[in-house]
Design a binder for this molecule. Structure first.
Ligand code: TXA
Ligand code: MG
Length: 320
């Protein structure tokens, strides 16, 4: 198991030695390494069992550091960075040669973001290199939103976990790219489509595709717990699976349960608040996944704002 603590200095030393460190961000915990050290980067792919065709996000302390890694920034990217950085927004920008090809899986664009977490911002500003940090979970499993989630699954491969408390956003960053067809959301996330469109006008939303992933994290089976997840109307699913050991993931649990049998039931937000629901999503899925259930039945949430990212993660958790 790793050492868990809140000492930026310890995280810094481990990273300088080429080791892997768990870092807090506002979205989910990351598994961090020196982005300029190909060996350390390779260790991340190994540790996560991640295919090498799935590129990594580079995390920097400020906009100046971001600029140093890219050839140029389109006007819309500048607007978005100004409004949402530091924050749950990742921009795809043409990379300079200093970024190892392994980081971008050979692609011409690098994914960059400035995370909004005080400990990690301090860490980044004290390092002489940026950090690659995928979510700190084995490939295909639910992302971690606490230091102990990281320790439970990757404790053996990280040197240190910087504990910054539970993540306040709870779903990953929104990924935006700027192909010739116009600004495009490649992954819904912590910044809503509506908020992005307020800044730069209408954007395209790339639907995930498992056969030809644009951003390979768009693979359908991402974010899946081990237990089978079925999405739909709770009452109907309870009836359908009445002979099974079922766990329920409600949005706000405001409706009555018609089934008379007792089953575990968690609500994402009893007051029906989408931000709170996002914060709870991955930890509730993990909790249910640890209960030895036959099936987890879940309902989607209102499809607005961060609700779109929640529904996207629920659909992927339920994908075969
Ligand atoms: O909120 C987040 O973004 C978290 C925290 C730790 O920052 N990180 C995260 O990383 O979610 P990861 O590796 O789990 O997901 C990164 C996604 C993947 O879907 C990957 O395919 C995509 O970003 N991506 C990374 N670099 C890319 C690139 N150059 N072009 C297209 N997609 C890219
Ligand atoms: Mg991930």
């Amino acid at each position: 198991m790793a050492i868990i603590g809140n000492e930026v200095e310890k995280a810094k030393q481990a990273l300088e030695q080429g080791d892997l460190v768990g870092i807090p961000t506002e979205t989910v915990y990351g598994l961090a390494a020196n982005a300029f050290n190909p060996e350390a980067v390779a260790r991340i792919f190994d540790a996560k069992n991640r295919p090498s065709f799935d590129p990594l996000i580079v995390h920097v302390a400020n906009k100046k550091a971001a600029r140093e890694l890219v050839l140029n920034m389109p006007a819309d990217a500048i607007k978005l960075a100004k409004k949402f950085w530091p924050g749950p927004l990742t921009l795809l920008l043409p990379k300079k040669d200093i970024i190892p090809d392994l980081v971008t899986s050979g692609m011409a664009n690098v994914a960059i973001r400035i995370p909004n977490h005080p400990l990690t911002l301090t860490l980044l500003s004290e390092l002489r290199f940026p950090l690659v940090a995928p979510s700190a979970n084995p490939f295909g499993y639910i992302s971690p939103t606490t230091a102990s989630h990281v320790n439970a699954q990757l404790g053996d491969v990280v040197k240190y976990i910087l504990d910054g408390g539970p993540c306040t956003v709870g779903v990953e960053s929104t990924i935006v790219g700027f192909p010739s067809e116009g600004p495009t959301i490649y992954r819904t996330g912590g910044i809503s489509q509506e908020d992005i469109e307020t800044e730069i006008g209408k954007v395209r939303v790339n639907k995930y595709s498992s056969s030809n992933p644009q951003a390979p994290g768009m693979l359908k089976s991402h974010y899946a717990p081990r237990t089978q997840v079925v999405l739909g109307e709770i009452e109907t699913l309870l009836e359908k699976f009445k002979w099974k050991n079922v766990g329920i993931l409600h949005f706000n649990a405001s409706h009555k349960k018609s089934a008379d049998k007792q089953c575990v039931s968690l609500a994402l937000s009893t007051r029906g608040d989408l931000s709170e629901a996002a914060q709870n999503l991955f930890s509730h899925l993990r909790a249910l996944d640890a209960m030895d259930l036959d099936i987890i039945i879940a309902e989607t949430v209102p499809d607005t704002g961060i609700g779109k990212a929640i529904n996207d993660r629920l659909r992927r958790a339920a994908a075969e």
